[in-house]
Ligand binder design. Structure first.
Ligand code: 5RP
Length: 228
């Protein structure tokens, strides 16, 4: 039987959740396993409250009986567990493959701690092979895409079938193929200067731990001081 490495990493991360915590629920096929395990622990008596980073994760949590609260009821979270599309050795991340990067960043930044869960294919030396998702407003998207291209990438508007993909916030996603990002910090600054950019999928100095599941059944834990 082959090992589900995403499940392996996600379930390890759930061991860090303790009674009384306020937890951020990530989005994607790895976060799915974390939410599932959290649901099991809640049904065994774990007392937590949670907020979700997407409609899909909220629906899953509600179905499992995980108590959800609104953002007006909590001013910060203890821990967010979320996936990533790429992570490097210093825990700089590319996120947004599932289109939830804006909500994911808001929730992760509002958490004392972010644990990333991933399979080993996501661990890279240099970020950028995975096209960087950038959430942009629909207004004048053509100009925003042109500005993104000036940063040295090939931006492509994400599609969903025949339609342009829309995020939970009603925006578009431009997937920007850089191949290699020499300085994630410099690129983040350049992206923030483009008015049509709502948020980008570079997470820098946010995660303090990554749990990486490997096909041999082991896990690697990477810890950094995120400086937060
Ligand atoms: C969604 C994300 C996901 O965390 C990322 O795409 C990883 O997803 P998966 O665990 O399915 O590979 O950023 O916006």
């Amino acid at each position: 039987m082959s090992i589900n490495v995403k499940q392996l990493a996600a379930e390890k991360a759930v061991e860090y959740v303790q009674d009384g915590m306020k937890v951020g629920l990530g989005t994607g096929s790895t976060a799915y396993w974390a939410i599932r395990k959290l649901g099991e622990r809640v049904n065994e008596g774990l007392k937590i409250t949670a907020v979700a980073t997407s409609q899909a994760s909220e629906d899953q949590a509600r179905e499992l009986g995980i108590p959800l609260v609104s953002f007006s009821e909590v001013d910060s979270l203890d821990l967010t567990i979320d996936g990533a599309d790429e992570l490097d050795g210093t825990l700089q991340l590319i996120k947004g493959g599932g289109g939830a990067l804006l909500r994911e960043k808001i929730v992760a930044m509002g958490s004392t701690r972010m644990i990333v869960v991933a399979d080993e294919s996501k661990a890279v030396t240099t970020l950028g092979k995975f096209p960087l998702p950038v959430e942009i407003v629909p207004f004048a998207w053509e100009w925003t895409v042109a500005d993104l291209a000036k940063l040295g990438c090939k931006p492509e508007l994400r599609r969903s079938g025949d339609e342009l993909y829309k995020t939970d916030n009603g925006n578009y996603i431009a997937d920007c193929r850089f191949e290699a990002i020499a300085s994630a910090a410099d690129l983040a600054l350049s992206l923030q200067r483009i008015p049509g950019v709502v948020e980008h999928g570079l997470f820098i100095g946010i995660a303090s731990m990554a749990i990486v599941g490997k096909s041999d059944g082991t896990i690697e834990i990477i810890e950094v001081d995120s400086g937060r």
